[in-house]
Design a protein around this ligand. Structure first.
Ligand code: MEV
Length: 315
């Protein structure tokens, strides 16, 4: 038997500014995060498709709710090729901690879509990739802005506004980002729903907070263009306070954010959906970044990553 095989990958993402507000049309800034990634391998087999990933190993079509977005996208992509869901298996490896706001759901979908197109020998455009990724994101997140799929699929730093053309921009600010994992699963879907309920019950206050987040993202963009790391750090922490008011932070995120600031970070905030997941801290140099990373680990972060901004994270 001929042994067909396709292997494709996708990287993680970090939202620097604008999470949640981006769902309401405000801008956000997100950066690709190649320090973590997903690898999908599709290989020839016999019989119905078996999915093997960190959540589930078994018949694809019998998979649990947590992989329902992925199953749907695999089903639809295969159907669009007029192929049947048989005679191949899908294996997924990941170094992206799941449900931590680092784009694991978008990355799983994107690496798998890429692998399906390769396996069935079809050309894949960026627009198709995003369209399919958002099929899965809608099931996982309910009402996604599209930022996760856009940055994970495009692998470019983006200044993103829902419904507008993507604006890649150069992150030429010389600084470091330390990412701290609370070790607790984030709840993007619940957090997005929580913000919706906040706005529904207190429309004036809610939309005021969303607008403030938008203004802080605009300020952050200007600070990056002016190479002003201190101003960017201040905007980040202000955004964290507003996200907390909107109910998307939690005790451990607040604790790690305050410890990062105590240890000398220029700014810190939660990143992504919140209610668990990860926080980020902005630091001027590598010595400081190592110090903040150790400080976060000492105060209970389960894991940390250091990334140089303006280097590998640019257009
Ligand atoms: C999740 O990474 C980012 C959120 O803004 C949701 C979205 O934009 O779809 C919380």
């Amino acid at each position: 038997m001929e042994n067909r095989k396709a292997i494709k990958t996708a990287i993680g993402k970090i939202i620097l500014m604008g999470e949640h507000a981006v769902v309401y049309g405000e801008p956000s800034i997100a950066i690709p995060f190649p320090e973590v990634r997903i690898k999908t391998t599709i290989y020839q087999s016999r019989g119905p498709v078996i999915l093997d990933c960190c959540y589930y190993k078994g018949l694809l079509l019998k998979g649990p709710k947590i992989v329902s977005g992925l199953i749907e996208v695999i089903r639809k992509v295969t159907e669009s090729f007029n192929e049947r869901l048989e005679n191949f298996n899908i294996h997924i490896d990941s170094t992206i901690p799941p449900e931590r706001g680092m784009g694991s759901s978008a990355a799983v979908a994107i690496s798998t879509i890429r692998a399906l197109y390769e396996y069935f020998n079809r050309p894949l455009t960026e627009d198709q990739l995003l369209k399919w990724a958002n099929v899965s994101e809608k099931i996982v997140h309910g009402n996604p802005s599209g930022i996760d799929a856009a940055v994970v699929g495009g692998e470019k730093t983006l200044y993103y506004k829902k419904g507008m053309p993507f604006v890649p921009f150069k992150f030429n600010l010389d600084a470091y980002l330390v990412v701290g994992d609370t070790g607790r699963k984030g709840q993007t879907r619940a957090a997005v729903e929580g913000v919706r309920q906040f706005i529904e019950s207190k429309p004036n206050e809610g939309m005021e907070l969303i607008k403030e987040l938008g203004n802080l993202t605009r300020l952050a963009r200007k600070s990056i263009e002016d190479k002003d790391a201190e101003k960017l750090g201040q905007a980040m922490f202000k955004a964290h306070i507003i996200l907390d008011k909107l109910g998307v932070s939690d005790g451990k995120l607040n604790f790690l954010v305050s410890k990062a600031l105590d240890c000398g970070a220029l700014g810190a905030k939660l990143t992504g959906g919140g209610r668990g997941g990860c926080m980020i801290a902005l630091v001027e140099d590598i010595k400081g970044a190592n110090y903040i990373s150790n400080c976060l680990l000492k105060y209970g972060a389960q894991n940390t990553w250091i990334s140089k901004l303006g280097d590998g994270l640019v257009e």
